[in-house]
Design a protein around this ligand. Structure first.
Ligand SMILES: NC(=O)c1ccc[n+]([C@@H]2O[C@H](COP(=O)([O-])OP(=O)(O)OC[C@H]3O[C@@H](n4cnc5c(N)ncnc54)[C@H](OP(=O)(O)O)[C@@H]3O)[C@@H](O)[C@H]2O)c1
Length: 217
């Protein structure tokens, strides 16, 4: 029998985290929603369970959520990113970290001092956990709908093995993935989300996403 995978979502009570939790739980992955507030995590889980026919969803404080999982998705606003990764450093050691954070200021992308959110996490974790950048350009609104088609996911990072593990997980939520290169490429992928936000505003949509053409067609 296949080993059960557990994925913690730090900031899992938010738009991206809760939509992702539903998509991951449906194919049978154990999902632990993390929050700074235990009660909030439990309330969000109870509410999400109403739209989940099967699967395992739990709610815990971020530290406990990460401790129990092999994968940890970081899904907090950029303002809380460095503090959160620093606070969780001990628990994140040995896990595969999936960083979905986009540095945004008033809805506009910017390049942070480390070069990207992914490089910032990598700097803080100092090799104790591989960090893979992914899911930045996915629409939380699409994720929330069980059968809505998803955009492609560009995956960056310096560990090929960790990227491979993350791509396998993302396939299970129904998205195509592409290895988009090393961690140094991630500022481009993070910044693209700023373009998606602009496109959504300009064309009154909530679904702008990225599609790669010319590969595997
Ligand atoms: N929404 C999308 O469509 C989307 C798509 C791709 C990538 N992203 C990126 O994913 C991340 C999360 O996006 P989101 O829209 O889900 O954000 P969000 O709803 O504003 O926040 C997510 C959760 O983060 C926690 N949080 C808020 N401020 C925090 C802080 N200062 N420090 C630590 N935790 C904090 C909150 O959880 P608790 O109060 O429960 O702790 C909140 O529910 C962002 O970096 C965003 O750029 C979003």
């Amino acid at each position: 029998m296949e080993k059960e995978i557990a994925i913690a979502i730090v900031g899992g009570t938010g738009s991206l985290g809760s939509a992702l939790a539903l998509r991951l739980a449906r194919p049978g992955i154990r999902v632990i929603i993390g929050s700074r507030d235990r009660e909030k995590a439990r309330t969000v889980v109870e509410s999400l369970k109403k739209s989940l026919e099967s699967g395992t969803l739990e709610g815990k404080v971020n530290r406990e959520a990460v401790k129990e999982a092999e994968f940890a998705v970081i899904a907090v606003p950029y303002e809380g990113h460095a503090t959160m990764v620093t606070e969780l450093k001990g628990q994140l050691a040995g896990k595969t970290v999936i960083d979905a954070v986009v540095p945004l200021r008033k809805g506009r992308p910017f390049v942070p001092p480390a070069g990207s959110a992914l490089l910032e996490a990598q700097e803080i974790l100092g090799g104790e956990a591989p960090v893979v950048g992914a899911l930045h350009n996915i629409s939380a609104v699409d994720l929330q709908q069980p059968n809505a088609p998803l955009g492609d996911v560009l995956v960056c990072g310096d560990s090929d093995a960790a990227k491979q593990r993350v791509m396998e997980i993302i396939h299970r939520i129904g998205a195509r993935t592409f290895d988009a290169g090393p961690a140094a490429n991630c500022y481009v992928v993070e910044g693209l989300t700023g373009v998606m936000i602009y496109l959504n505003r300009k064309y009154k949509s909530k679904h702008a996403s990225v599609k790669v053409t010319g590969i595997g067609e």
